[in-house]
Structure formats: C-alpha cells, structure tokens
Design a protein. Structure first.
Length: 246
C-alpha cells in the first residue's frame, strides 16, 4: 500500500516538472522604438544673412586741404638748427604710379630741377620738369607754396583724380648745402579716397654739394653722387597732413 502511494506521488512530481518545462513564462512585448537610437527630429532654422549695404562709388576727383607743418626748431634739433632756419616754397603735385611720374628717386642722381631746388630753393627748373611729366600724361597738376620760417606752417587746397592719386611733396632745408625734405603717398586706396593722412617728411642729401654742415660754403660735388637719406639727427623736421574736403 505504501509502495503504491509512493509511485503516485512520484508521478505527480514528474507531471508538474514536465508541465513547467513545456510552458515557459510569457515575455512582455518590447517597444522597439524605445531602444532605437535617439534622432533629432527638429528642423534647423536658417540664419538670415543681412544684405550688405551697397558701397557708394568714390567720386572721380577729390579735393584735399594740405598742411605743411614745419617743426624744425632749436628744441627739436639743438645741434642742427640756425636762427635763419626755413623751408623754401614747397612743390606738391598729383601723379600716377608710373616711374615716369617721379621727380626724384632715392639712390639715383638728382635731376637739374632737384639740384636747383635743394641748393638754392628756386623751383623754375623743377616746375619745367613737372610740366613735362604733365604733358606726358603722368600727372595732372601742381601747386607752389610759400617760404616757411621754421617752426611754422603753410596750407592750401589741391585736387586729385583717381588716375593721378599719388602726391609728392618737396622743399629745401635752408640753410643747407643741398638738403631737402620730401614725401610720397597714395590718396586713393581700396576704391575709396583716404579721409586723412599725416606723413612724416624724410630729409635727403641731393648729392650735388659736398658741404657737411648747415652753413657750409658751396662745394660742388664732382662727379655727382646719388640722392641719399640724411642721418637720424636731421630727420623729423616736419609733417604733411592731407585732409579730404570733398
């Protein structure tokens, strides 16, 4: 009787085990979208680039106020100054960037006009040379200033064109053997006229007289030597300021 009971119990256990193996636990449905990689579904807002304001074309011609400020004095140049210190009437002209438009070049021989201006302050020959440049189409015009006792200043107005927008300035350092100040600049840059420009004048030895001091006696240099810059002690004698008027 006990054997029969044991067998019935064993059969029941086997039946329970078989039932659990054949019917696994149901799995919960998974939302695949929940595990999909994150995607940015927002739409980028285009950035509006402002339309640049149209640039007003520069006028073909413009007028400038020119100011020659002679600063050479006993205070600025204590070892190189004379009570009679002055600058000869300056010459300013507007020209192209052609080499044919230049009245002098550093490290080259001075023209007769530069020699006369640098030694005596006279400008007759130099004006003739500039008129030849104008006749060749390399310059548009020139003006002549007045003698300036230094320190002092002189000013005037001058017109430039886009084709002749370079300015060159020259004036004798007086007294001196053959020294002069000069500068060159372009007033039309990047399609527009420069509003204001102040240029430091450069002091040169024209190479036509061998004197070494301001009041040295005339000593004609033969053969002539190239135009060179004077020492630093004779630089910074003045400035040229150009202010656009219209």
């Amino acid at each position: 009787m006990m054997r029969k009971g044991f067998l019935i119990g064993l059969f029941a256990i086997l039946l329970l085990f078989s039932s659990s193996s054949c019917n696994p636990s149901p799995q919960t449905d998974v939302d695949e979208s929940a595990i999909a990689p994150n995607e940015d579904t927002t739409t980028a807002t285009p950035i509006e680039t402002p339309t640049p304001e149209p640039t007003t074309p520069a006028p073909e011609k413009s007028t400038y106020e020119l100011t020659f400020n002679a600063t050479w004095s006993a205070e600025t140049h204590p070892a190189d100054y004379e009570p009679s210190a002055h600058f000869s009437p300056f010459i300013i002209y507007g020209h192209t960037d052609s080499p044919n438009a230049l009245i002098f070049r550093e490290n080259e021989l001075a023209s007769p006009g530069i020699e006369q201006m640098a030694e005596t302050g006279a400008t007759d020959l130099l004006i003739d040379e500039i008129n030849t440049i104008i006749a060749g189409g390399y310059a548009n015009d020139f003006i002549k200033g007045s003698r300036i006792d230094s320190p002092g200043f002189d000013s005037g107005k001058f017109g430039f064109s886009q084709s002749s927008s370079l300015v060159t300035f020259v004036s004798m350092i007086a007294p001196s053997p053959d020294w002069f100040v000069a500068t060159t600049a372009n007033l039309f840059q990047d399609g527009q006229w420069v509003e204001k420009l102040t240029l430091e004048l450069i002091s040169y030895d024209s190479g036509t007289d061998s004197g070494f001091t301001l009041t040295a006696a005339d000593a004609d240099t033969q053969p002539r030597e190239p135009i060179t810059r004077l020492p630093e002690t004779l630089q910074k004698m003045g400035t040229l300021t150009l202010q656009l008027v219209n």
